[in-house]
Design a binder for this molecule. Structure first.
Ligand code: FE
Length: 209
């Protein structure tokens, strides 16, 4: 059997992935950036196909990875993770800097920016795996990189305890996404439900009322 708890022991960082459609730049949150070879410097990143960034990266092949630190506020995760670049300009009005490839990166709440040029991509059903050459890498601070585990215990707001009076009399119930905090209200939570914010499946939801 595959125990879910065992899978949770793997460690991940959290990153803002910047891509471009040629005019507008887009950012999303990813948790799977790894270095695969040191010479030459190559990294991989998995991107969920539900993210607009996946489409942009397949088309343009250039990206930045801003490495988020423990000081990153929840707002950054909301801004880049819980809305779609198809609907909004996620970089509008913010304080960003540009690397040599012309893409934005986050100069604060980060400790490094890596620029990548895609050399291979592999289709893995829900996700695409991109392999990239690092074209620029810059250290930004000495803050500690945030881990997914740290985000879960210290940054993500805790779901409010359900109040008894909220208990549905009209047949409505509430489920909270354990990953991002999104609340689904309804009579049921369908098995094929996908969190509109973080794209995690129904099994990552917890019924709270
Ligand atoms: Fe979620």
């Amino acid at each position: 059997m595959v125990e879910k708890e065992a899978m949770y022991t793997l460690t991940y960082g959290l990153f803002v992935l910047t891509t471009t459609d040629g005019e507008k730049q887009n950012g999303c949150i990813v948790n799977t950036v790894s270095m695969i070879t040191d010479n030459p410097k190559r990294i991989t990143v998995f991107v969920n196909k539900a993210n607009y960034s996946e489409e942009l990266l397949r088309k343009t092949g250039v990206f930045n990875v801003s490495v988020l630190t423990e000081s990153a506020p929840f707002e950054i995760f909301k801004q880049f993770g819980f809305q779609s670049g198809r609907d909004v300009d996620k970089f509008e009005g913010g304080r960003y800097e540009m690397s040599e490839n012309g893409l934005y990166y986050l100069p604060t709440h980060t400790n490094a920016v890596l620029s990548g040029k895609v050399i291979d991509c592999y289709d893995y059903g829900t996700h695409t795996l991109f392999v990239a050459e690092v074209t620029e890498a810059k250290k930004l601070s000495n803050e500690k990189s945030v881990t997914y585990e740290y985000y879960q215990s210290n940054i993500k707001p805790k779901p409010a305890a359900p109040k008894t009076e909220e208990k549905a009399e009209d047949g409505k119930h509430k489920w909270v996404c354990k990953i991002c905090g999104y609340t689904h209200e309804g009579e049921t939570l369908p098995d094929d439900f996908i969190c509109p914010w973080c794209k995690h499946p129904a099994e990552d939801f917890e019924q709270v009322s």
